[in-house]
Design a protein around this ligand. Structure first.
Ligand code: SAM
Length: 249
């Protein structure tokens, strides 16, 4: 059907693509990808022929002209399928500018949902899943990263962050400072791939364990929510006295 169709692609295991995602890729008039080579390769693996269809490169810095061109095609009644390099488009990946423009123009949109590293990691973490905050990548500069973590420290939700292998050690070290050594955390590496690994422990334990290692691969870091502050004896006494004072006996 005409419209903009977001397609989620695997985060490691090629067979994690959904049947509907393959249908959308097979049926679209125009294919758009963050990385055209990756999409071409994925389609080859699953026997979806590109044929004579256009395959256009897009990321959020492609500029207004590309967005206008794609919206124009949809406006003419074409179906346009967009896939980012891996996982769910727009999740720490390009696609937002396209989605915003299509929504503002009132164009038909659909999503073929599928793999997402954040959700896969949350599922395996063993941490509470009733409330979570996806924070994307922490800033690379240390000062900005510390401010970023300080802002997250009181959040009552499981925190989910993406990180590059070369910055994992400094992220964990800063987390110990900002969130406390005792907070439970989980590091997921290479999800859905051959060397998948899930490490659980306190931030201090994980920081010490990874400090010793040569870290490679793709990584998601999760941290348990801030503990409820238990009211101290003085606070309770003060509250009781205040309550008594307000009673008219
Ligand atoms: N759109 C993707 C998604 O839905 O998960 C995320 C794209 S973002 C540019 C790439 C980051 O996602 C990696 O640096 C890593 O933090 C995380 N990631 C992607 N694939 C992963 C995997 N197989 N295992 C662990 N983390 C992964």
């Amino acid at each position: 059907p005409p419209g903009l169709h977001f397609v989620s692609t695997p985060i490691g295991a090629a067979r994690d693509i959904t049947l509907r995602a393959l249908d959308v890729l097979a049926g679209a008039d125009v294919l758009v990808a963050e990385d055209t080579r990756t999409l071409r390769h994925l389609m080859e693996i699953h026997g979806v022929a590109l044929g004579g269809r256009p395959l256009i490169a897009y990321h959020d810095h492609s500029g207004d002209a590309t967005v206008a061109r794609l919206l124009g095609l949809i406006g003419e009644g074409r179906s346009v399928a967009y896939a980012s390099e891996a996982g769910t488009p727009l999740i720490s990946d390009p696609g937002f500018e396209l989605a915003r423009a299509a929504a503002a123009a009132g164009l038909p949109m659909s999503a073929a949902p599928g793999p997402c590293a954040a959700i896969c990691a949350l599922t395996l973490s063993g941490l509470p899943t009733d409330r979570f905050l996806f924070a994307g990548f922490a800033p690379a500069a240390q000062g900005a990263r510390r401010t970023f973590l300080a802002e997250l420290s009181g959040v009552k939700a499981t925190l989910i962050l993406y990180e590059s292998p070369k910055r994992l050690k400094s992220l964990l070290a800063d987390m110990v400072q900002a969130l406390g050594a005792e907070r439970e955390a989980v590091v997921c590496r290479e999800l859905t791939k051959r060397f998948e690994e899930v490490s659980r422990g306190s931030l201090a334990t994980l920081a010490a364990a990874f400090a010793e290692r040569d870290i490679k691969g793709e990584i998601v870091v999760l941290v348990d929510r801030a503990a409820d502050v238990v009211a101290g004896k003085d606070t309770v006494e003060a509250a009781l006295l205040k309550a008594l004072a307000s009673m008219s006996v």
